[in-house]
Design a protein around this ligand. Sequence first.
Ligand SMILES: [Zn+2]
Ligand SMILES: [Zn+2]
Length: 808
Amino acid sequence: MFVRVAVNIPTDRTFVYRVPPKLEADAAPGKRVLVPFGGRTLAAYILELMPATDYPETKDVIRLLDTEPLFGAADLLFYQWIADYYLQPIGKVLAEALPSGINPKTNRIFRLIPHAEPVSPEHFTVDEMNLLTFLQHHSEGVTGAELGRILPAKALKKALRTLQNRNLVVVEDRMKQAGITARKEKWLIPVRPSPTGITLTVRQHDLMQLIENKGEISLGALRTHMLFSPALLKALKDKGAIAVIEKESLRTSDVPDRNCGRTQPPTLNRDQQKAILKIRKKLDVPAFSVCLLHGVTGSGKTEVYLQAMAQALCDGGGALYLVPEISLTTQLVDRIQGRFPDLDIAVWHSDIPETIRYDQWKRLLRGEIRLVVGARSAVFAPVRNLKLIIVDEEHDGSYKQDERTRYNGRDAALIKGKLNQATVVLGSATPGVQAYHAAQSGKYTYLSLPGRVENRPLPQVEVISMAEERDASGAIPILSSPLLTAISESLTGGYQTLLFLNRRGFNTFLYCPDCRHVFTCPNCTVSLTYHGETGRLHCHYCDYIEPIAGTCPACGGGRVIRYGVGTERLEKEVRKHFPQAKVGRMDRDTVSGRGSREGILRRLEKREIDILVGTQMITKGHDFPHINLIGVISADLSLNIPDFRAAERTFQLLTQVSGRSGRGEVPGRVIIQTVNPGHYAVARACNHDYTSFYEDEIALRKAFSYPPFTRMITLHLSAIHKDQAEKDLAVLKADLNHLRRQERRYQYIDVLGPTRSPIEKIRGRYRWQILLKGREIGPLHDLARAVAGLEKQGTLRIVPDVDPFNFM
Ligand SMILES: [Zn+2]
Ligand SMILES: [Zn+2]
């Protein structure tokens, strides 16, 4: 028998191995095997079993790594789709999808060959002698790192080569146990039939009684019992009354039960009822369908999700609930657990320990867990009998992963739904232009929640034109006077304020007024940000940090002007104006530790913070009834991003951040500071007018042939040496043109570039991009694959970014 396997290496190819007869019975698709691979030993994923192969040469599988498959045939179809659509190797996708840390690693070991001819010093150099002596004392073998302590790298390499050539030293790959394996637990069971002719002491008898009453009991559970003592247990075992067996024990995530006990669903308003009725109808038929739940902020979308889940779960089905941000899961999991107290829930995101994820993975495969709540990676969770997928805040950019395997969790959820004949509910207050377009054209079922729960009003939004604002010194202030007045009113009333600024640090720009030198990162073409907490200049794109200079490095001038406001500076400004207020800050600098974001939110909940300053983190999903004022310090930051989605992002951001206010009894108020008060994204957000925004935006998209009217693939190219890269780019461009002349279907593709990327250099790599635009994704995929596979790309690294995904 043979198997076709995928390996986590950068290639599109899969590989065939022979399965030795003794392993044949256990080999199955979805299991991992250990295989010899180009001098190394690697873990590989079995994709299919093959009775025969016409492969000329096949090597043997070394051993199987799993007793149960880690994925089934339907799961594999899904992973394969991710690989094909996002132009990624299947082995890489599988490695990303499956719990990490389960693959064993190999260690390269150097060992002296036993019984080699006796060593006489005159035939060896000093280095070689030193190595031989060391290896003689470590006959079990040592790693390269250990040898590195005896000799410098170059000398070591030379000496080792000589010794290997003279057949004195061998190199072996030795497997290291995987970091994560199944956990075993000891269980005690009474021996049946009970042995005759043994006598038990009173205490032994009592303990025996306890074990018999339970039928079986884990050692861990028994230890906590007052009757337990190790000596008693040993006596029972020695007398043959009990037996000890090992069973696998599965770890679970600690689902908090702060609000333990069952909570009852609240009464729904008419719109919610209508929405849930439609979703239920979809769930009744085992067919793929998509609903777009468009509900304004605070309209009770979560309640609709919960009731839809109740239906899917009560029919024995599985459900997947995706949220964009990890910090949202704590509040949410409490709420779900309260509604389904008898159900095990898998909480799924990157902060969940790998060991727990591994065990949850197995329990999902066995159907023991049917509900998963998590961030984008939860889309890979192998939920059985999947009936419902919810993608909350479907417009959110954090569903897209731009590192490792590039994919979009929202789009992947649609494909997963399609492969599983499931219902997918996409929810948002500000649906993506593409999603709304799909609903308009009848591809999605459109469900609307136009009002807030309990008829609470949407916040009142004011726009302040910053071009006209001046402070006492005549400069444009950080906080406009209407915003200052509003904050002080909110404080007096005992309410809370959120101030949003999507830029961290103190000053975002430093320059010399004498020679106009701007302080930039040596590795990236971006300006350095001054951070007050470290007193240094930081690059936000790489790890570069430098001390702040008193003089200009270009002209030696003694003046350095600091300019641009980040959240640190904003916090200081707020404290200056409102010394009596309790001020908090939430950005990547203050929430670096695990759980610190929850800490800040808890303080906000307990009203230990009056004014919270923060980046995009504060705009999402939180529900705090005492916030009555939102200040947007600059609406212009997101408008100025060079991307065709800049207006859409700005509208979404402003609407989402506004939606954080007025969620309790008090009506909310929002103040937006901008130098573009007339921009349609700002104006429509102020009036809570999604429909008009959509109409403005879709007309522009159509006029400029942007998605959803076209499909796009961006090829990101990068290289370390600019001159060589530019030569390679010229060759690449010629090849690309040649490809297009050859194939007729490529002639309908618009090719823009190669052009310099908006940020020309990041982490020492120069960057360019090529934009492929066309009506059909197929030819775009093929052309992108062809370009990435060109042999003459030279020093260029090419990363395809396939986006956005147009469904059906
Ligand atoms: Zn200067
Ligand atoms: Zn940098």
